[in-house]
Design a protein around this ligand. Sequence first.
Ligand code: ADP
Length: 844
Amino acid sequence: MVSDFIVQTKAAIARLTDPKLVGQTIELTNCDREPIHTPEKIQPHGIMLVLKDLTNRDLTDKDLTDRDSIDDTGADLDALDSDAPLDWEIIQVSQNSHEHIGRSPEAMFGQPLSSLLSEAQRQNIQSCLAQDFEAVNPLRLNITVEDQPKWFTGIVHRSNDVILLELEPTATTEGISFFNFHALVKQPMGRVRQTTNLEELCQIAVQEVQKITGYDRVMVYRFDEDDSGSVIAEVAQPGLESYLGLQYPATDIPKQAKYLYLLNLLRLIPDINYQPVPLVSAATDSASADTTVDMSMASLRSVSNLHVEYLRNMGVRATLAISLVRNNTLWGLLVCHHNSPRYLSYEMRTVCEFLGQVIALELNAKAENEDADYKLRLKAIQAYFLRTLPNSERLKQGLTSDVQKLLAVTGATGAAFCEKEEISLFGKTPELPEVQQMMAWISTQFEQNSVYHTASLSAVYAPANDFKDSASGLLALAISKVQNLYVLWFRAEVLQTVNWAGNPEKFTEVDDRGELQLSPRKSFERWQQTVEATSKPWKQWEIEAALELRSAVIGLVLQKADELAELNSELTRSNVELDSFAYIASHDLKEPLRGIHNYSSFLIEDYGTELGEDGVDKLHTLMRLTGRMEDLVNSLLHYSRLGRAALQLEPVPLTDIVNGVIEVVNISKPGDPATTNNSDAYNINFEVAKLLPVVMCDRTQVTELYTNLITNAIKYNDKDHKQIEIGHYAMSEAIAQGIIPEETASSADNPAATAEQVIDGVASNSTVFYVRDNGIGIREKHIDSVFRIFKRLHAQKRFGGGTGAGLTITKKIVERHKGRIWISSEYGAGSTFYFTLEANHDHA
Ligand code: ADP
């Protein structure tokens, strides 16, 4: 409700100007403290009468509230005072009364209003007070001055427990008609409503208001979030210096002035050189009687000296200010200036006020559109990133390939992409070393959040003072703190981005009286000081846009991880299926194989003579082949079993295993095991490291592993003196010796960096085991293929090779122990098989 709103606003004004409260709850400047709603003076273009209800027995606040409520329900107010004569007592009068109505204040004190106005006119005043103030004001009143009727525009309203009647002389006997009013506002309204954006709306508004009012200069002045303001539209007579783009500090329009602009949507000063006219009252018995009148709603109210001084310095003689109110707050002002005195009738002012309201309504829609448009633009950019990021190989490439978009997503002037130690800069930014240095500080600012922002970086990070021109504002986004992945957006200092509108050096600071001048340019300079080293503030949705970008990146990473996990489980499943397939197949194959073998042997036994030597030979070949096939099937069966059986992990001293294997190898070699030391007989020299570690592993499988490697080392060796070395290295030693293969170390930037480094799945504290021989070696091109199942490099006869499954099984055992296996070999000189057994570390 309007009345509620006014009551609240008045209360707020009272708080602001209460000296007891000043400095406690709200910080105010000198201007803010000036009680401008009780000047006790008016402007001289009219007179003011302060009236007291004759029948009114000192209305209390409660009475007034009751009255308001009766007003609101439409009840007949007169019913309250039905018996009383309709009249008021004149208790205060502006000192210029004689000039306008030929009567001095003294002659009027204590007089009833009926001494001035007729019954009918008083009746009008009464209905005015009873009804909505805006709807019925102004009144056309005439007062007989020196026997002649003189016409006035009367504006009446209640102020606390008194009634203020303002009278402005007018030449016309009639007020403005509805038709005139409509004709005046129709065209400007149409033009204003046709505009498509805020900028255009403000420009048309100033043009239309100038057309109607004829002022030299009309401007739209917009308040920023920090209460400072700027001129965003202007129309001015040729020859006048432009103020477009100028910025003003918040102090230029003090807080209570802003409140009054909210209460009273229009403020007219026909001539700033006016002599303020005091309001005088009759001497009372009680010296303490409070005669202060609240003129918040009075249109004649005298204005602040500071304001007049300000206008004088601008070379302005007359002004009109129309409030632009959006969502109950003062969004801006339509300000008209004239360099000579200029009066505007109450009716014309009403037209302007009405236009101001139409503009404010349009403004509301346009300002919302402006925000909505901006939000939409940000959304479009986010959509761009969502679309392009998944196709980018690297995050950096995805985010920075279109720099303009990267900057626009938060409305920044510069940006940095930081990945670990690597920082890339885009747009207007501080120097690289400055950003590098700042990163250490930024990374500590996030607390629980993923985003940190400031519009005044140097206030929180002093070194930023050196680069305030490029980075007074910072919006930092932590994509991943763990991975040191950040995006920084910078905003230039506001001073670097505003429209300077001419050279601020031009205006004089001190006038000829030696006093400091206030003027828009002076204000601009003060404003510059207040905004030094600050950027435009980051809007909520710009911060949200950064956060959404982060979600998109994280979502993407998660999606990739999901895909990977799915791929992994797919692989595991197919591995398991393969294992069970191999198991079933090999099982089923053995049966017919055995049948073929048996029937071949029956054939030889029963029909050998009939078949002849050739036939028997062929059957023997058939039996050999089935035997061979059975070996293959057995290997396959064994291999598939390896994948299926659970590991029996236990601490196993590898020395025991190796010695056991050597023993078996020696025994199983052809010759006479009973009489010969086989190693010597075959001239094999085993060199086993003194103490192989105890590792957590599956004893049977690791025994098989060593058996395979050691028998191969013996088999594939054509030297007279076979040399077989079995040992181990600590990882650091292995790295130092360069025996970690490139592909194993590929994830580390430097393979020989530190022993602590984790190298592609190989724990830094693990052990590298090896079996080395001086055998035939393996050609480089074959190294990868030896681990493939049934892959042999030689005919079986040559080195007495097996099925070609030995190394495949060996690899599987290593992998089941979460280790890796690799070969280093020199053709003709020997091979070394290296492996790790990481299961050891999980269970250590
Ligand atoms: P097999 O069971 O037939 O020995 P493996 O899978 O153990 O098969 O080995 C595959 C092939 O790798 C062998 O045919 C051989 O050519 C080669 N190979 C294995 N170990 C060695 C080694 N220590 N030195 C040279 N070649 C080897």
